[in-house]
Unconditional design. Sequence first.
Lengths: 278, 308
Amino acid sequence: MTVADQNPPSVRTGSPVLEARGVSCAFGQRTAVDDVSLALYPGTITALVGESGSGKTTLARLFALFYRPSAGEILLDGKPVSARGRKVDYYGQVQMIFQDPFSSLNSLKRIRHVLSRALAVHGKASGRRETDAKVVEFLERVSLTPGSQYLDKYPDELSGGQRQRISIARSLSVEPRVLLADEPTSMLDASIRVGILNLLRKQRDEEGLAVLYITHDIASARYLADEICVMKDGRIVERAPTEQLITDPQHPYTQQLLAAAPDPSRTAWASNPEGEVR
Amino acid sequence: MRIRLPRSARVRVGLGVFLFFCLVGVIGPWIVTHVMHTTAEHSDFNAVAAGPSWHHLLGTTTSGQDCLAQLLEGARGSVFVGLLSGFIAMALAALVGVTAGFTGGITDRLLNAFANVVMTLPSFILLIIVAGYINSPSILLSSAIIGLVEWPGGARYLRAQAMSMRGRDFTTALIAIGESRWRILVVEVMPHLTGIISAMFLRAVVAGVFAQAGLAFLGIGGSTVSWGFVIGAAQQHGAIGLGLWWWYVPPGLCIALLGTATALVNFGVDEVSNPALRNASSGVRKAMKRAERELAARRSQETEGATA
Ligand SMILES: Nc1ncnc2c1ncn2[C@@H]1O[C@H](COP(=O)(O)OP(=O)(O)OP(=O)(O)O)[C@@H](O)[C@H]1O
Ligand SMILES: [Mg+2]
C-alpha cells in the first residue's frame, strides 16, 4: 500500500504514464530514497517539495534511469523498464530538465545543433530544411521568437532564462509524455521564473504532458501544480491535491513547511500570475 | 568579444618560431641543393675547420663540410622526427586517455594501469635500449619508438580532463536525450579537449626533437642528418677543444629556441582566461579559445597535475 493510494486526488485522469514502485536508492551508508512510490499522470503536474537533501533529485534521476534502484522498479505504461542498454525509446517518452541552465548545454555547440540532435536521435526530422523548420517551431513554442534568430547562437550568448527555454525546447522536441523538471527555475532571476512555469503549464494543457516539478518553493508549487508530494528523509510523507494540501495539511512536517513559507498572497505567483515572459 | 592582444602575443611569437622551424624543416634541404648548390656531406678542402665567411656563412667542419648546409639539412631530420613522434604520442594519449576517462569502470582501470606501467619505465633509457638494439633505425622507426614511449603522461592528463567532462551536466543531459556514448565522446566532448591536445602536441613535438637529439648525439639515432647528429659529430671531432663553436652552437641554439617557443605557447595558454575569442577567424585562435575554456573549467574543477 502506498501513500498515493491513501489519498487518491480527484485531478487524475486515466492510468499513470510513469510510475515508481517501492524504489530505494542508497549512496554508501546513506539512503537517499527509501521505498518511494510515486505515479505521474498525463495532463497532471505533480510537485515534489521537501528540504535540501530529502532525495528529490535522486528520485528524479531514478526516473531518468541515471541510477539503478536498489529495490523496487520504474514502470512506463505499467511495464517495468530495464535499466540496461541504450534507452533511446525510453528517452523518447521521458525527458528531464536540469537545474542549472549554464551547465546543461554544451558551450561549444550552436543552438541549431542542440535541438537538431534531439530531433535526429528520435527520428523526428530529416534533412537540413525540415530540421531547421522544426527547430524554429520548438524555439517559438518556448517563446524564443523569432526562432530563426537563435539558430546560430551559442549558449553563452544567451541569458539564463533563454538557456533554460532552450533546454525545455530540446526536451519538448522529442515529443515526450513525461517531463521531469528538477528545480528548473531555482537558478533564474525571480522575474523570469513565472514565464518558465507558465510554459510548463501550457505544455500540460496543450500536449497533455505529465510533469514532475521539483522545487523548494512551496509557493511556486501551489501556483503550478495539480497535486503536491512532500518528501522528507527519502520518503514521501504526504500527497494531496494542491489546495487540499495547502489548506488542510495532515503531516506535521507539511505543516512546518507551510508555516515556514512566505505568505502566498505576497509572492510573485499570486500577485502576478501572468508574469513576464522573459 | 574582446581579444586581449598582449596576452596572446606570447602565443603568437611561440607559434611563429615553431612554424618557422617547421618551414625550415620542409624547405631547408631544397635551399641546400638549389640555392647553396651543395650538400651536407660535400667537403670543401680549401676551407677546413674555417670560421664563418661569405663563402661559408656558418663556417665549416674539420672535414670541410658546410655547417649551414648541415644545419638546414638537419632541421628536416629533427623536425620531422619531432612532428611524427609527437603525432604518434598524442594520438595514443588521446585514444587511451579520453576513452579511459570518459568510459570509466573496468575499461578505465585497465587502460590507466597500462599507462601507469609504461609511465614508470624510464623512457629515455628505454629509448636508448630499443634504438641501440635496432641498430641505426630509420627516421620513421625512430619517430615510432619515441612516440611509443612518450604517450602515457599525456594520456593520464587527458583522462583526468575526460573524467571531469563525464560528470558535467551537459553530458548527462545528452545521455538523457538518448545520444549514444561514442557520439557524445567524439562530437560533444572532444572539441573541449582539442585546445589542450594541440598545446600538448606542441610539447610532445619538442620532447621528440630532444629525444631524437639525445639518441643522435649518442650515435644510435641512425645515419639521418639531424641537429643532434651534428652536435654528436662535432663532439667526436673535438670541436669544443678546437674552438669550432660555429659547428655545435647553431644546432644547439635551434633546439633551445624550439623549446622556448613551446614554453611561450604554454605560458600563453595558461595565462589567457578570457573566453571571448569566438569571432577570431584563424584556426589557431579557435584552438586557443577552446584551450582557454578548458583551462577555466580546469581551474574550477582542480583536477590532477600536469603531464610528465
Ligand atoms: N551522487 C551522489 N553520491 C553520494 N551521495 C549522494 C549523491 N547524490 C545525492 N546524494 C545524497 O543523497 C541525499 C539526497 O540528495 P538529493 O540530491 O536527492 O537531495 P535533494 O532533495 O535534491 O536536495 P536539494 O533540494 O538540495 O537539491 C543527500 O544526502 C545527498 O548527500
Ligand atoms: Mg536537488
